[in-house]
Ligand binder design. Structure first.
Ligand SMILES: Cc1ncc(COP(=O)(O)O)c(C=O)c1O
Length: 416
C-alpha cells in the first residue's frame, strides 16, 4: 500500500510505535539505537518533552496561516535567531519545506539575482560526489549520476568540479578557475566540509576557502548547502563557521526542527536580497511583479515547525548539549585512532559528531551488496545504521551516552 523512499530491498519495513531519546521501539517490543538520527534530522533524541510542550502550546493558538501577506511571531522570531547565529552577514530568511526546496530556492535566488540586474548569468558549478536533494533542480545541481539516470534528459547542465580533498586543493582550484574565466557563472553550490550522501567524504576548510575567494574575485555567488552539516554536526554550529570566507546564501533543513517537523530555510545577504526589492538595483523584471521572487509553498513558515525549531535552538545552545557534542567528537576521534590501520578499511575519518568508515571492497559504490549485509548485521544487534553502500557512518542524536556509543563501536569492531 505504501511506497517507501530509497527502498532497494524486498524486506518489509519495520513498524515503529514509539521513540524515546536515542531509542526507537518496534511493534514487536525490540528497540534500536537510532545511530543515524533518522536520516540526520534528530538532534536531541526522540519525543523530547521540551519540544513537545512548545508545539502543543503553539497548536492551541495557531496551527498554520498563509505566509504571503501575513506573518506570525514564530517565523519572525526564528528568522531573527537564525540570522544572529549564521556565519557571514546574512540578512533575510526564506522558508520552505525540506532540504531539496531550500536548495531550489537558493538556486532560483542566485539565477534571478543576476536576471534582475539585467546581467543574466546562468552557469552553475557544484562538486562531483555532491548531493542536494531529489527535486529536479536539486538533482540537476548534483550533476548526472547513477541515482538520477532515468531523468538525465530532463536535467539542466551544471559544471562539476573536483572537491578540494586534502592534497587535491590545487586541482580543485584550477578546475574552478577554468570555468570562472568564461564569465557566465551565476553561482557555486557546495556542501561544506562533508559530502554527505556522496559517502560522508570529509575535507578540510582551507581548500574551500580558496574556492570561495576565487568566486568573490569573479563576482560569482556562493551557496553553502548546510542541510546536513548545520546545527552542530561538524563541531561548530555551522560548517561555514570554520571558513574564513563566508557564503552569500546558506541552505538549512534536517536538524532545524530537532527532527520534529519538516522545514527548510534559505538565508541570504542583504546584497542578494536588495536585487529583489523595487528600490533595489534597476532590473529587467516582469512587468507588474517588479523584481519579486515568485516562489512559495503552501506550508511556508508553518508555525508549529517554527516553534519546534526555536525550542531545538534553545536545547542546542545549552552548555550540556555543547558538552555532549564535544564528547561524541572526542569518542569518535578515539575510535579512529584505535582502528585506523585496520586492513578491512579503505578510509576512516571523523569530523564533529560524524564518523565514517569505508570498507575495502572491489568496485565500492552505493549499490555494493555489502550494504545489505551491514544493515542487517546492525539491526539484528539493535542498532539502526544505514550504510551508503560500502561506507558505514555514525551520526547520532546529541543525547547519546558514552555507553551507547561504546556498544556501537564494539559492534562495528565485530563487523570488521
Ligand atoms: C546536503 C544535502 N542537501 C539537501 C538534501 C535534501 O534534503 P531533503 O531530503 O530534506 O529534501 C540532503 C538530504 O540528504 C542533503 O544531505
Amino acid at each position: 500500500m505504501v511506497w517507501h523512499p530509497f527502498t532497494i530491498t524486498e524486506e518489509p519495513p519495520i513498524p515503529i510505535v514509539r521513540g524515546k531519546g536515542v531509542y526507537l521501539y518496534g511493534e514487536d517490543g525490540r528497540r534500536y539505537i537510532d545511530a543515524i538520527s533518522s536520516w540526520w534530522v534528530n538532534l536531541h533524541g526522540h519525543a523530547h518533552p521540551y519540544i513537545i510542550e512548545k508545539i502543543h502550546a503553539q497548536a492551541k493558538e495557531l496551527e498554520h496561516v498563509i505566509f504571503a501577506g501575513f506573518t506570525h511571531a514564530p517565523a519572525a522570531g526564528l528568522a531573527s535567531r537564525l540570522l544572529s547565529y549564521l556565519p557571514g552577514g546574512m540578512s533575510k530568511v526564506f522558508y520552505s519545506d525540506n532540504g531539496s526546496t531550500a536548495v531550489e530556492v537558493a538556486l532560483k535566488m542566485a539565477l534571478q539575482y543576476w536576471y534582475n540586474q539585467g546581467a543574466p548569468k546562468s552557469r552553475i558549478i557544484s562538486f562531483k560526489h555532491g548531493y542536494h536533494g531529489d527535486t529536479f533542480g536539486a538533482m540537476s545541481a548534483a550533476g548526472k549520476n547513477a541515482f538520477n539516470r532515468p531523468f538525465w534528459s530532463h536535467l539542466f547542465e551544471v559544471v562539476s568540479i573536483e572537491p578540494p580533498l586534502a592534497g587535491l586543493e590545487d586541482v580543485s582550484e584550477q578546475c574552478l578557475i577554468q570555468h570562472l574565466q568564461r564569465g557566465d557563472v551565476a553561482c557555486f553550490l557546495f556542501e561544506p566540509l562533508i559530502l554527505a550522501a556522496g559517502g560522508m567524504i570529509m575535507y578540510p576548510p582551507h581548500g574551500l576557502d580558496r574556492l570561495l575567494q576565487r568566486c568573490k574575485e569573479y563576482r560569482v555567488l556562493t551557496i553553502a548547502d548546510e542541510v546536513m552539516t548545520g546545527f552542530g554536526r561538524t563541531g561548530t554550529l555551522f560548517a561555514c563557521d570554520q571558513l574564513v570566507e563566508k557564503p552569500d546564501i546558506i541552505c538549512l533543513s534536517k536538524g532545524i526542527t530537532g527532527g520534529f517537523l519538516p522545514l527548510g530555510a534559505t538565508a541570504c545577504t542583504e546584497e542578494v536580497y536588495k536585487a529583489f526589492t523595487k528600490t533595489g538595483n534597476p532590473g529587467t523584471g516582469n512587468s507588474g511583479t517588479g523584481n519579486s521572487f515568485l516562489h512559495g509553498h503552501s506550508y511556508t513558515a508553518n508555525p508549529l515547525a517554527c516553534v519546534a525549531s526555536l525550542a531545538s535552538l534553545d536545547l542546542l545552545l545549552e552548555e550540556e548539549c555543547t558538552h555532549q557534542r564535544q564528547t561524541i567528537q572526542a569518542l569518535h576521534q578515539a575510535f579512529c585512532h584505535t582502528w585506523r590501520d585496520h586492513p578491512r578499511l579503505a578510509r576512516l575519518s571523523s569530523l564533529g559528531t560524524c564518523l565514517a568508515l569505508e570498507f575495502k571492497v572491489d568496485n565500492g559504490s552505493y549499490f555494493h551488496p555489502i550494504r545489505n549485509r551491514l544493515y542487517k548485521f546492525f539491526l539484528e544487534r539493535g542498532i539502526l545504521l544505514r550504510p551508503l553502500g560500502n561506507v558505514l557512518y555514525v551520526l547520532p542524536p546529541y543525547c547519546i551516552q558514552e555507553a551507547e556509543l561504546s556498544y556501537i563501536y564494539d559492534k562495528i569492531g565485530e563487523s570488521l
